[in-house]
Design a binder for this molecule. Structure first.
Ligand SMILES: Nc1ncnc2c1ncn2[C@@H]1O[C@H](COP(=O)(O)OP(=O)(O)OP(=O)(O)O)[C@@H](O)[C@H]1O
Ligand SMILES: [Mg+2]
Length: 324
């Protein structure tokens, strides 16, 4: 078993490295894979990865956690390389990762299978704000191709055209990518963990602000300071019908995008009980202490090793590999 380390690069905004795993997380993952009986060899990223792979025999399986660094499809680069070389890997393929990373594209695919998504549009330049067909405030403005709440802070919710223009201009300039403008969905914040192949719902977790407030968003400030600002409840307190709708919507999104082995899907649940898809993370963080999927697993009594084992088993079964 080989492990790919996440890519790294020079920071351009203060959240530029937010998506990348720490050495501790990589260590924890290595130790989980070792406990599961595998030899783990860290692979580099970029040029190092290409050199590592061209040096000798290919690994049996790659546990891909590489976020990549450059380009719109950065999360798809390592899977694309592995697909090209016919090397087996854990997790979603290049197409699913590239599509999920483009929040607007992911919404189109997910909406196409009947899951409600937040209405919105993409601004490629500030002038697009004037042409925006959607005018109901509040709205939220986010970078179209980011994760870990990069570029999503308390000022991301806008209430008039001046604020909207300002946020769009800031996203375009700071993140060098289109800004996604969406209706602000009032409602409970839910995230759904999915693991395995065939995929199974691990759990549904609710994220609530410790101090109730209007227009709560699970922003970068909140994610960095989660111990003081939010509470997590898993399983979320839902009616049987709400639970069914949320689970079905999560699995439908995962399946429509062709995801494999693991993902976290974010929803808002409206007062009427309709789950509204916000985005999907087919490469969810696996930090035992800070990543939502691991926090969810811990709340359900599932250890980090066991969680990693369930993710791995999906790929092992898919490729009919011997797990030992
Ligand atoms: N349309 C929306 N309406 C209301 N809140 C929203 C909307 N879009 C995003 N948010 C809030 O902002 C948070 C972050 O948005 P989103 O999940 O799209 O970002 P992310 O950076 O991809 O997150 P992750 O850390 O899960 O990768 C959401 O969890 C939610 O609280
Ligand atoms: Mg999210």
């Amino acid at each position: 078993m080989y492990l790919v380390l996440k890519g790294c690069g020079l920071p351009v905004t203060d959240d530029a490295l937010e998506e990348y795993d720490t050495g501790d997380t990589i260590q924890e993952l290595r130790s989980a894979l070792k406990v599961l009986g595998h030899d783990v060899i860290p692979l580099g990223w970029g040029q190092d990865l290409v050199e590592d792979l061209s040096r000798g025999s290919y690994p049996d399986l790659v546990f891909n956690i590489a976020e990549g660094f450059n380009g719109r499809a950065r999360e798809a680069q390592v899977p694309a390389l592995l697909e090209m070389l016919d090397i087996r890997f854990v997790g979603s393929d290049a197409f699913a990762l590239a599509t999920a990373l483009d929040k607007n594209a992911a919404k189109l695919v997910v909406n196409n299978v009947g899951v409600r998504v937040a209405d919105g549009w993409v601004a490629n330049k500030v002038e697009d704000v004037r042409r925006g067909w959607f005018k109901r405030y509040p709205m939220i403005v986010k970078p179209n191709n980011e994760g870990s709440s990069r570029g999503i802070s308390k000022v991301s919710v806008v209430h008039n055209q001046d604020e909207l223009r300002e946020r769009v201009a800031d996203v375009l300039a700071s993140y060098k990518q289109p800004a996604l403008v969406e209706e602000y969905i009032e409602g409970r914040e839910l995230t759904v963990g999915l693991v395995g192949d065939p995929v199974q719902v691990l759990g549904i977790m609710e994220v609530s602000p410790l101090k109730p407030r209007d227009e709560f968003i699970y922003s970068i400030e909140v994610k960095r300071n989660w111990r003081e600002l939010v509470s997590y409840e898993c399983p979320a307190r839902l009616t049987a019908t709400e639970q069914k709708y949320v689970q079905e919507a999560a699995v439908a999104a995962f399946t429509a995008l062709g995801c494999k082995d693991m993902a976290r899907v974010d929803f808002r649940l409206t007062r009427e009980g309709t789950p509204v898809f916000l985005e999907i993370n087919p490469l969810p963080g696996l930090s035992p202490t800070t990543s939502d999927l691991c926090i969810m697993a811990a709340a359900l009594g599932i250890s980090h090793h066991e969680l990693v084992g369930r993710i791995l088993k999906g790929a092992v079964d898919r490729y009919s590999l011997n797990a030992s």
